[in-house]
Ligand binder design. Structure first.
Ligand code: HEC
Length: 107
């Protein structure tokens, strides 16, 4: 019984650990395509069904107006009713990577 329990616990911890590693290793592009592109579009232009409905501005326009630091704040804390806060889901490095990737789409 104890061995069974400890096996289950170890297995759970291993699974949990590898899930953490997997999400930490996902590169910004994959994260962006996975979590952000439904609204902002794979090309950052916001030309998706959701993006149009929410009147999302394209990366070219927003990158010209907003600094990376401001964007990091938006991604961390959310903005308005439709842009969620991702500060709990992603760590600071991941958010920085996401914003850098989003800004790279403006070019
Ligand atoms: C449900 C749709 C939705 C998803 C998913 C979403 N966003 Fe947004 N995002 C918005 C909306 C709407 C705004 C504009 C908010 C405002 O100005 O009131 C916005 C604003 C932003 C801004 C500020 C520039 C701008 O366009 O106004 C950045 C940067 C941003 N989002 C990045 C991301 C990143 C990175 C992700 C993925 C982790 C993401 N968003 C996921 C809807 C979304």
């Amino acid at each position: 019984m104890t061995t069974f329990l400890s096996k289950v616990t170890t297995g759970g911890l291993l699974l949990f650990g590898s899930a953490l590693i997997a999400s930490a290793q996902k590169d910004p592009k994959d994260l962006y395509l996975d979590k952000c592109s439904a609204c902002h579009g794979p090309d950052g232009a916001g030309n998706t069904a959701k993006g149009k409905k929410l009147k999302i501005k394209g990366a070219k326009e927003t990158t010209a107006k907003m600094s990376a630091a401001d964007m990091i704040k938006v991604v961390q804390n959310g903005k308005g009713t439709d842009m969620d806060a991702y500060g709990k889901e992603f760590n600071a490095d991941q958010i920085k990577g996401l914003v850098e990737y989003y800004r790279s789409l403006a070019k």
